[in-house]
Ligand binder design. Structure first.
Ligand code: ADP
Length: 285
């Protein structure tokens, strides 16, 4: 525990999470900038120390956190940092941790808070050295301890909680594929879920790779049905307190995905009040 606290303390200086950023909350009710979620809250944007967004994406395995976090990070010019990717990089490096990590990950269990905070600290430190600022975190925090550590070292502006019915999540995880050359993610699942109890139908077309990636597709070792179900169970057990924590701080934005990317992306931008922002960015480009 002492080590986690030490990592958290040192990370505050590593990431520039100290006084140079003013402390604020996005507060879903701020409305004086185009998006109240940008730069730590519209009402205080004129403060000299403006900064990039610091957002968190929550959601079950398979919900699409990576897809939407990555699109938003390109739009807003901040890094998309997925702790699952950091874990997989560590696994692939065959460093001292990799054997231990592979046993944990292949059972669908969570890596210890200490290890994950350590990996994240190193990633943020390397980013800061390259001049990065702001972030969209995907897959962190996963436990209350991680949320507390994050809260100790920085201000999170907004937490987006992506949601899909449970039936869809397993199919989406089993359909995930990554091109082992370009690193892009795809999904071969066709989702067609009939609506019930007031919920509309949900259909998602597969996100197929271009022909040159087709023969290089790989499946994650932890995307087997048994491991996916274990990950979903663990996620459901740990997510409630996190959601309550961020809801009580007025930072949680719940978002029910209406379908695949073509339907969901514009609606998400609208919910974040970034629809204008995307148009302006493409006009400038
Ligand atoms: N914040 C975290 N805390 C603990 N373990 C994590 C965390 N992020 C990722 N992991 C580990 O990495 C694995 C893969 O993570 P991720 O790619 O986010 O998968 P998922 O599809 O389950 O959201 C997890 O099952 C877990 O073992």
């Amino acid at each position: 525990m002492a080590r986690i606290v030490r990592v958290a303390r040192s990370s505050s200086s590593l990431f520039g999470f100290g006084n140079r950023f003013y402390s604020t909350s996005a507060g879903v009710s701020h409305a004086s900038s185009p998006s109240p979620f940008l730069h730590g809250g519209g009402a205080r944007r004129d403060v000299a120390t403006d900064r990039n967004v610091q957002w968190v994406f929550l959601g079950c395995p398979g919900v699409g956190k990576g897809t939407y976090a990555s699109r938003l990070s390109s739009l807003l010019g901040v890094p998309h940092i997925a702790t699952g990717d950091l874990v997989r990089e560590e696994l692939a490096s065959s460093g001292p941790l990799s054997q231990k990590l592979s046993e944990i990950v292949n059972q669908g269990k969570l890596v210890s808070d200490e290890i994950i905070v350590d990996l994240l600290s190193k990633r943020l430190e390397a980013g800061e050295a390259k001049g990065e600022s702001g972030f969209i975190l995907d897959g962190f925090p996963r436990t209350m301890r991680q949320a507390e550590i994050l809260g100790d070292v920085t201000d999170i502006d907004l937490v987006v909680n992506l949601k899909l019915p449970e039936e869809v999540l397993v199919d989406k995880c089993l359909g995930r594929r990554t091109c082992n050359q370009c690193g892009k993610g795809f999904n071969i699942a066709h989702i067609n879920l009939k609506g019930e109890n007031g919920r509309p139908d949900i259909s998602m077309d597969p996100l197929l790779p271009p022909p040159h990636c087709m023969s290089k597709l790989v499946t994650r070792a932890d995307d087997t049905e048994e491991v996916v179900k274990a990950r979903l169970r663990i996620y459901n057990e740990t997510s409630q307190p996190l959601e309550d924590y961020y809801r009580s701080k007025g930072k949680l934005m719940e978002f029910d995905l209406p379908g695949g990317i073509p339907e969901s992306w514009p609606r998400l931008l609208e919910a974040l009040r970034l629809d204008d922002y995307e148009e302006k960015q493409s006009a400038v480009a």
